[in-house]
Design a protein around this ligand. Structure first.
Ligand SMILES: NC(=O)c1ccc[n+]([C@@H]2O[C@H](COP(=O)([O-])OP(=O)(O)OC[C@H]3O[C@@H](n4cnc5c(N)ncnc54)[C@H](O)[C@@H]3O)[C@@H](O)[C@H]2O)c1
Length: 426
């Protein structure tokens, strides 16, 4: 069951946080078990890679060479693609690029969400202080373990109500704007809420951020869904025409355009990021994303029905998407001011059939049935050269890593009910 959008907004105190961890309640137990699994995976990855001397392991637990030492069988094509992921040299280049940290406090809207809850942890580990703002449409499970952590605040607020977050903006030097009604299906179900949140709310936040004298960075998280469908080209890039094919993408395209064409204060630097489709473990898990859903179905021993196996999409690990926000925040303003970047890796464009074949490498017994579908409005392959060439950003994980970690988490019992409503957006 989803929590309703709250009518009252207040800065959370220890005593009135919704769902303050109750270790005796089923959800409290689940949250704790997940956090343990999540942390132990990050830690185990660090130790294994460090022992084997393979590459660097960053503070967020992302190994620079995540494929190193993996024992599972993989197709040659996939192996070749994975070996294109950067090693120690590239990771060092990223940290050099991002060394100039002058943003102290970051306001993360949608901080309790799938991507936001990962970003919040990365920012804290990186030494920033963070205010996570969220209307808690899916509860606060993802942030419960962070309550009380030094440098962390949670604000139960709604981006549609500027008064509810005025004090948080006054304290911040940067905003990462993730809060939204996310996904075509969720947006189609609540068109008015989507318009008010994704467009009207975003515009108000953007304006208020410019009015706040200390806020200098504004990172808006948009989506590669904006490309809709490739026509006459092999790949879409930042210069390609946008063809939003859903209300969700329309609202993203519209606000993105306003942000990029805005005439802002001289020291105010807005940036838009078009994220590839996310996958991987997050404290607010989503099993309605393609890779995560395919993996869950295979783990549950279900027949996987795949509609339109020939259609392309780019995919990117949730940890890498969050890292891209950090990378932008810490990059020189001249490189990111009024710029848009696709976030992902060109080698991580997959058809649904290729994803299924990769899954079979991990679960050879998985049953897969392809259902012919000639028409899917969304069909796009994306290039990610700009963010690599200008910001030095490269991914540290790939779809194979995501499948492996989700299978492991499901096998460990971290999700007693992986089909629960709160793991999906619609
Ligand atoms: N997940 C993906 O594959 C993907 C891909 C491309 C872009 N994005 C973008 O990334 C962002 C985060 O996506 P996600 O996957 O973490 O989704 P999510 O649904 O898990 O997170 C969105 C968060 O926003 C909050 N929210 C919604 N309406 C709000 C409001 N009015 N005020 C305050 N908070 C509100 C929700 O409670 C939720 O916690 C979104 O902007 C989305 O468009 C996601």
């Amino acid at each position: 069951m989803r929590a309703p959008v709250p009518e009252l907004f207040h800065k959370m105190r220890q005593s009135d946080r919704p769902g303050t961890p109750d270790r005796r309640s089923p959800s409290g137990r689940e949250s704790t078990r997940f956090e343990e699994t999540y942390r132990s995976m990050v830690q185990r990855g660090r130790e294994t890679l460090a022992e084997r001397g393979h590459g660097q392991v960053r503070p967020d637990g992302c190994p620079a060479r995540p494929w190193a030492g993996r024992a599972c069988r993989r197709p040659l094509r996939a192996r070749r693609r994975w070996s294109s992921i950067p090693s120690r040299r590239a990771a060092a280049a990223v940290s050099k690029e991002t060394a100039n940290v002058n943003v102290k406090r970051v306001l993360v809207t949608g901080g309790a969400g799938y991507i936001g809850s990962v970003l919040v942890r990365q920012l804290l580990e990186r030494g920033h202080s963070v205010c996570a703002l969220d209307a808690l449409l899916f509860g606060d499970h993802a942030l419960r373990d962070e309550y009380g952590r030094p440098g962390f605040d949670f604000l139960h607020a709604d981006v549609r109500n500027p008064e509810s977050y005025a004090s948080a903006l006054a304290d911040a030097q940067a905003v990462v704007h993730l809060a939204a009604i996310v996904g075509d299906a969720a947006a189609a179900k609540s068109p008015r809420l989507t318009h008010e949140t994704n467009l009207v709310g975003s515009e108000a936040l953007f304006q208020r951020a410019q009015d706040a004298p200390d806020v200098r960075r504004f990172v808006f998280v948009s989506t590669c869904s904006n490309y809709g469908r490739m026509e006459g080209v092999e790949y879409c890039s930042e210069e390609s025409p946008l063809k939003p094919l859903s209300l969700y993408a329309e609202t993203k395209v519209e606000f993105e355009g306003r942000l990029l064409n805005s005439d802002t204060r001289g020291d105010f630097v807005p940036t838009a990021l078009r994220f590839a489709t996310a996958y991987g473990l997050s404290p607010r898990m989503r099993f309605d994303l393609t890779v995560n859903e395919f993996t869950r179905e295979a783990a549950l021993g279900r027949e996987l029905l795949i509609y339109g196996e020939q259609f392309w999409r780019p995919h990117c690990h949730v940890h890498d998407l969050a890292r891209a926000c950090l990378c932008v925040l810490e990059s020189a303003p001249s490189k990111v001011d009024h710029e848009v970047f696709n976030v992902g890796d060109t080698a991580e464009n997959y058809t649904k059939k290729q994803l299924a074949e990769l899954l079979l490498e991990f679960r050879p017994q998985a049953r897969i049935r392809y259902v012919t579908r000639e028409e899917d409005p969304r069909d796009y392959k994306v290039r990610f050269d700009k963010i690599r060439d200008i910001l030095g950003f490269e991914i540290a994980r790939n779809v194979g890593d995501g499948i492996a970690e989700i299978l492991e988490a499901l096998a460990s019992g971290a999700f007693p009910d992986p089909e629960a409503d709160r793991y999906r957006n619609s």
